[in-house]
Design a protein around this ligand. Sequence first.
Ligand code: ATP
Ligand code: MG
Length: 274
Amino acid sequence: MNATVARENWDDASAASGMRVLASGVDTGNTGILYLDAISVSFDGFKALNELSLLIDAGELRCVIGPNGAGKTTMMDVITGKTRPDTGTAFFGQTIDLTRFTEAEIATAGIGRKFQKPTVFEHHTVFENLELAQKCDKRVWPTLRARLDSEARDRIAATMETIKLLPEASRLAGLLSHGQKQWLEIGMLLMQEPQLLLLDEPVAGMTDDESMRSADLFLSLAGKYTLIVVEHDMEFVERIAQKVTVLHEGSVLAEGTMDQIQQNEQVIEVFLGR
Ligand SMILES: Nc1ncnc2c1ncn2[C@@H]1O[C@H](COP(=O)(O)OP(=O)(O)OP(=O)(O)O)[C@@H](O)[C@H]1O
Ligand SMILES: [Mg+2]
């Protein structure tokens, strides 16, 4: 089912963005929300992605694992338009050809990306960071000082609740812990009403407790959003895993439940070790 269209404020967001393609939301049809087929990317003759194919359903929480250099980040670069594939097909929903859209268009179309290093506005409060994120269009930044209507305030409050930072609303972001900054940045992504969230090593550098809280957060976001989580921390992956994709040398080596992955001979050989 298309769980992604009935998002509050969707029309407002699309109107503000000026992207007509959003008016009816992303049509996920029966080909999933993200479709990659035979994507190849070469850097100086080295194939970072080699005929990579991937299908993600709307609302999935997909974990992507694989050794260093497997192509995980490059895959996210292709999805977000940062890197153009040499060959292959990449669609967001049925109509958005990711190989033709610019990075900004792809972000506006509903794909949010979280890099490893938190990039919050340290001298602004948690509340202000979320407010700024909502008005991510830089031209409207002066409206930071404009009166917020109650709906916007409610949305910010709801987001703070989701990322468990409600008690820190008036705290400067610079004073948050590393984990809290990461959650704030996820909250900032959520303020932009994405449909697909790409999270590259989101728990790196977190304490065990923060990591566990992140697991709860991601599980709570699944269904409402589609998430692709790249992580090396296997304990964390086991905690949130539904379907897991193993990348190796730029292609999918295996896909399945955590149990299936852990018992896969090839996976054991190249990645998990014995
Ligand atoms: N811009 C680039 N120019 C040249 N080579 C690159 C570039 N980006 C990535 N690569 C190479 O492509 C391969 C895949 O890199 P990528 O960063 O996608 O791996 P990864 O799976 O994210 O690894 P890690 O787990 O270490 O983050 C690596 O060998 C890397 O050195
Ligand atoms: Mg990487």
